[in-house]
Ligand binder design. Structure first.
Ligand SMILES: *Cc1c(COP(=O)(O)O)cnc(C)c1O
Length: 370
């Protein structure tokens, strides 16, 4: 038997493309011989504020215990989350980033012969976790770049076990409101687990976006996933969480790696959760930066997709790859999204005011060159 280990991979894996992250600063610095300090990275929806000083302090305090395994049950963090989210402790699942939660869902509920439904232009991790377990990805065409929830309902069949919806969605920034979510949840068959990915929910002002937590008690087939990677500024530590019924949490706990969240991440997340000033500052900075970028795009005569995240998809009206390359040469890293079916767009993370200015200046220069 031939040892073609690509052909031997299970079919769903053969059809996958690896996740493409934003270009790291050091990589660009190496490639173009630039000073890393001069590079602006607006490519991975990271919090430009830097981590909360309280989170850093908590990490330092935890260093003395590095020789010990972390608390595999994450009691302290789960307790804080349960209190803040008004759920019971046994409804909380902690993940190595919220991507881990998505993967736990796939491993527990999907298999060959079963399928997951999600939207075109949705988060790249949904196809990865779905196909990794040999399940079928049912991709529903988007509507005005956003989720077409009625069409997604239609795509559900008796073999569907999971629907992934992101609100707001990444990379489009599009969102749906309370009524749309309510109607959707009412009509989703009871055997389908709805994963409502709220990675950016902390950026929303009150009432702009539905709060998934408010639907948990009415819908036992709902799981809400959230993360400390974005508004809480802890992307490097990898910590996120899922909120669901205790039954679903118990199932996810069975397939979870015993120590999936490390001790520094647990300590930092607890501190970050209590640092409400940091969160408010993140939100304010995002609002100001979003306005700054939109004003700049308008002056350049460029369009964009309205966004409720900490990022915005800029529409260049032409293939965006050369502009992406031009920006790199100016020391500005943004995110190409052709692999999301959006070849004319670039996804730009909202940065500090000075970083946004650098982006706009670089963009002006690159576009002028033609
Ligand atoms: C960034 C992001 C996540 C979070 O990933 P982590 O694993 O928590 O860092 C989840 N979903 C979406 C849609 C995202 O954009």
């Amino acid at each position: 038997m031939s040892g073609d280990f690509l052909a031997l991979a299970q079919p769903g894996v053969q059809q996958l493309s690896p996740y493409v992250p934003g270009k790291p600063v050091d990589e660009l610095a190496r490639e173009l011989d630039l000073d890393p300090a001069m590079i602006v990275k607006l490519a991975s929806n990271e919090n430009p504020l830097g981590a909360s000083p309280k989170a850093l302090e908590a990490i330092r305090a935890e260093l003395a215990e590095l020789t010990r395994y972390p608390d595999g049950n994450g009691f302290a963090l789960k307790s804080l989350l349960a209190e803040q989210c008004a759920v019971q402790l046994d409804q909380v699942t902690l993940g190595n980033g919220s991507n881990d939660i998505l993967e736990l869902v796939a491993r527990a509920y999907l298999a060959p012969g079963l399928n997951a439904v999600f939207s075109e232009h949705a988060f790249a991790v949904y196809p990865i976790v779905t196909q990794a377990v040999g399940a079928q990805a049912r991709v529903v065409p988007a509507k005005d770049w956003g989720h077409d929830l009625p069409a997604m309902l239609e795509a559900i069949d008796s073999n569907t076990r999971v629907v992934f919806i992101a609100n707001p969605n990444n990379p489009t920034g599009t969102w749906f409101g309370v009524d749309a979510l309510n109607e959707f949840l009412q009509d989703v068959p009871e055997h389908v687990l709805v994963v409502l990915d709220e990675a950016y929910i902390e950026y929303a002002e009150g009432g702009e976006l539905p709060d998934g937590l408010e639907f948990l008690s009415a819908y036992p087939n709902l799981l809400v996933s959230r993360t400390f990677s974005k508004a809480y500024g802890l992307a490097a530590l990898r910590v996120g969480y899922g909120l669901s019924t205790a039954v679903v949490a118990d199932v996810l706990n069975r397939v979870r790696q015993p120590f999936n969240v490390n001790s520094l991440a647990l300590a930092a997340a607890c501190a970050a959760l209590k640092d409400t000033d940091y969160l408010a500052q993140s939100r304010r900075l995002n609002e100001v930066g979003m306005q700054q970028l939109q004003d700049g795009f308008r002056e350049l005569g460029l369009g964009w997709i309205a966004s409720k995240g900490n990022f915005i998809a800029l529409d260049l009206g032409q293939v965006a790859a050369p502009v992406y390359q031009g920006l790199l040469r100016e020391g500005v890293i943004v995110r190409p999204v052709a692999n999301y079916g959006m070849p004319n767009h670039l996804r730009i993370t909202i940065g500090l005011p000075a970083e946004n200015t650098r982006l706009l200046e670089a963009l002006t220069k690159v576009l002028a060159r033609g």
